[in-house]
Design a protein around this ligand. Structure first.
Ligand code: FMN
Length: 201
């Protein structure tokens, strides 16, 4: 099949875009408002975008509390969402009023971050402490503003639970990260395979 996204020619009942763009890592974002209120929410339009220095981005469909907080206070933490934390992660996506602490609501203990104010999720095996670099408002082909906001952050601190470091390498599969797919589907990473990059001939 083929369809043009600009007209109504799609015959599938649900947009398969996210099922194609799968699996997506989940940035489970802690932020804090100017008043000091803690917020936690998952974002799967999330990824790393540069290695040196470490940069991440996430995209908010609508101007959500996480973006507002980050605009106010300039900092956030990306917690790794894992198989063990899947239900807690999901519960923090509930549309609750601004100022409600989703971390507390999900029964998750906070742990103080080292370099930024928003706490990390104590039970998460890895967390990236970030300073906001840019919030990019998204525009459509005709230049009209879309209600999408991409937050780009510089990772300044990296927390890793030492139990997942083996022979100096992070054992990703042992952490069982979960990833978002389409519809109500998720993937869990439990097995890795290796490939060495080709060298120039
Ligand atoms: C796994 C998962 C991934 C999500 N990814 C996104 C996303 O990339 N962008 C977005 O705007 N909302 C996403 N959501 C929905 C938000 O988590 C939800 O709207 C949440 O209430 C936003 O919280 P906040 O207003 O406290 O920032 C996702 C939800 C789940 C469960």
């Amino acid at each position: 099949m083929f369809y043009d996204t600009r007209d109504n020619s799609r015959t599938l009942p649900h947009d398969p875009f996210k099922a194609i763009m799968a699996p997506r890592p989940i940035g489970w974002i802690t932020s804090i408002s100017a008043k000091g209120e803690i917020n936690l929410a998952p974002y799967s339009y999330f990824n790393g975008v540069l290695s040196r220095p470490n940069l991440v981005m996430f995209s908010s469909e609508g101007y959500k509390d996480s973006v507002r907080n980050i605009e106010e206070t300039g900092e956030f933490v990306c917690n790794l969402a894992t198989w063990d934390l899947r239900d807690a992660m999901n519960s923090t996506s509930a549309p609750v009023a601004r100022g409600v602490n989703e971390m507390e609501r999900a029964g998750l203990a906070p742990a103080a971050s080292k370099l930024v104010k928003p706490p990390r999720v104590a039970a998460s095996p890895a967390a990236l402490e970030c300073k906001m670099l840019q919030i990019v408002p998204l525009k459509d082909l005709d230049g009209k503003a879309l209600d999408g906001h991409v937050v780009i952050g510089r990772v300044i601190g990296v927390y890793i639970d030492d139990r997942f470091i083996h022979d100096g390498r992070l054992d990703t599969a042992a952490m069982k990260p979960i990833a978002r797919c389409g519809y109500d589907e998720y993937a869990v990473v439990e097995k890795m395979f290796k490939m060495t990059r080709p060298t120039s001939p």
